[in-house]
Design a protein around this ligand. Sequence first.
Ligand code: ADP
Ligand code: MG
Length: 565
Amino acid sequence: STQTETFEFQAEARQLLQLMIHSVYSNKDVFLRELISNASDALDKVKLESMLDKDLEVDTSDLHIAIETDPDQRTLTITDNGIGMSRDEVVEVIGTIAKSGTAELLRKLKDAGDAESADLIGQFGVGFYSSFMVADKVTMVTRRAGESNGTRWTSDGTGTYTIETVEDAPQGTAITLHLKPEDAEDQLHDYTKEWKIRELVTKYSDFITWPIRMAVTKPATSEDAEATTEIETINSMKALWARPKDQVTDEEYNEFYKHVSHDWQDPLEVIRMQAEGTFEYTALLFIPSHAPLDLFMRDAKHGVQLYVKRVHVMDDCDALIPEYLRFVKGVVDSQDLTLNVSRELLQQDRQIQLMRKRLVKKVLSSIKDMQANNPERYKTFWTEFGRAVKEGLLSDFDNRETLLEICSFDSTHSSTEQTTLRSYVERMKEGQEHIYYVTGESRSIVENSPHIEAFQAKGYEVLLLTDPVDEMWVGAVPEFDGKKFQSIAKGAVDLDGKDESESDDAKSEQREGYADLLSWLNSTLSEQIKEVRLSSRLTTSPACLVGEEYDITPTLEKMYRAMGQ
Ligand code: ADP
Ligand code: MG
């Protein structure tokens, strides 16, 4: 036998494990969903690898998941004969947390109470570590398909884990949970009971496309016969997206969503699509109910998986959905692609581009529907994903009109409700030609900006744009519904149907009266500013700073500087 080595968990991993051990998450049952989900992913991978690499020494003759319970030892074992892990992979993926957003999550968890912690964990999803909600010791034996040696990993989840090499491990992964003694008396959490496992698999993992098998005891059929044990497949294995719409329940959609998204919460919206003809595909997409922690990080993942004729070929398929819709999760199953499509090929494929166009239109139209028919849900959507959607105004010219329709913004019209551009335009005053806006860091700052005074005095509504991305799109999008976007803090603003720079009698008279003051101010402040001029835009403040029409704004300047430009 070989040496046993002890390793320490990475600090972040240790912190999350602590939370699991103390079960901040009230629904402990979900650990089984996580382990089955991982096993299913591992089977997907070995299937694909064996099809792509015919020389790989793998056995794909009977791919499945098995669940075994031992009531006497109080253990539960989940086995798959999927891709497995090499020794290095075990250390890398089980000993550390590579998920982006981890630092952010831990920072939030630090000041969160128990209920809040559970909520945060729910948004993050802790996968394999959830085993420690129900087990005080976990053993994993795994062998990577094609490799000869296996690895045994053991831990009680506190600070360290051990690793040793095993020579006769079967292909794939077996995870054994030593269930916590305190749950032994608890009927509801007795995971050694057949009925309990069956209940959880039906509830959380029925759609898994690989058989989930368990030994079940059949009662004696006649008086002198004995009870027998049979291996039974306990899930229905039906691919959800391939089933008719009306035969799938909301519950099933929700659980499937959690499987593909690794989210622990229900989705906000389910989107289905089917294309027939020369290029056939089915899409089952979801809009989550909350933004992931890494939505605005550089390595944020796209959430759409690609299947080819029911075989999973790619995660986070960026060719299928544009960057600004990266929060959309789900599955696209194509009938007409080959299994060994590469990311590069997908990017160039004309059919894929058409598919992407249709998917985007479908997603945007469901957001529009939500906005029209379910304002509350739309509000949640916009709070969570609005900032990402607005990026589309800069990149997706085809859908610009639709995007402008689904956007909402703060405005001087209401201090609590956001407005759409459509409603803004409907409220425009007679004689008002432009859509006025001001950009800045926060609502309270821009609201108190002296620039706003004259507009408010005239009853003109001003959009208060406080997201960094607002600065970018508002400079790039020329108009909405024929109305130009006009910054109130830039260039000459015409509030009386005349330009400030234009001279009329009254103005030139005024200018003469103030000539001395103006030239004194101009020369005194020449280092700091370009020009001092009389203005009609102020009502109570004596002076304000304005930028030139084509200057970049202070916020944008800051943003570029932050990006290192
Ligand atoms: P996630 O599934 O979101 O990646 P998990 O914590 O559930 O996170 O799993 C972490 C990683 O461990 C997986 O991405 C995978 O690489 C590996 N893993 C877990 N379970 C298995 C398994 N049964 N077979 C192969 N690899 C696995
Ligand atoms: Mg997982």
